[in-house]
Design a protein. Structure first.
Length: 148
């Protein structure tokens, strides 16, 4: 079963279509990449999923539930911008834990989840560093963290 599904999704700005009848299905546990030239709709697709944009047409479902008109504050999704996404005054650990702390997750669970995520992205041992002490690639990997 698909975890995320976009069915005939269209998004337009001032009657200029950025996405037209896009269909995308992602199974649980799969990792995908959106590749294409500038202006082809990669960021628009992500912004639509996160709730920053509404589809002109089509349906977006997640976990079998229709999210097409669910407001952004009810979606429970994260979105990491391409730059300025990390708090420079916070450690790697605290940057990753930020969303969990906002949700009042218990500290022992936060530690477990953050350390697991660091292991997944090969940044174990970097949890005490600050963003300016990371290489560009490490910074990019850290920004790929998601609400889990």
């Amino acid at each position: 079963m698909d975890l995320l599904q976009l069915e005939n999704i269209s998004v337009a700005y001032d009657q200029q279509y950025i996405l037209k009848d896009l269909n995308l299905s992602i199974e649980k546990g799969h990792l995908i990449s959106l590749l294409g030239p500038s202006g082809c709709g990669k960021t628009t697709t992500l912004r639509l999923i996160a709730g920053f944009l509404e589809a002109t047409d089509g349906k977006f479902s997640f976990g079998g539930q229709d999210y097409t008109r669910v407001p952004i504050n009810k979606r429970n999704f994260g979105f990491v911008f391409q730059s300025y996404a990390l708090f420079p005054h916070m450690s790697v650990f605290d940057n990753i834990a930020f969303g969990l702390r906002q949700r009042k997750v218990k500290e022992d669970e936060i530690k477990k989840r953050v350390m697991n995520m660091l292991d997944v992205v090969n940044l174990s041992g970097f949890e005490k560093r600050f963003p300016q002490a990371l290489s560009g690639g490490q910074d990019s990997v850290l920004q790929l963290r998601a609400r889990w």
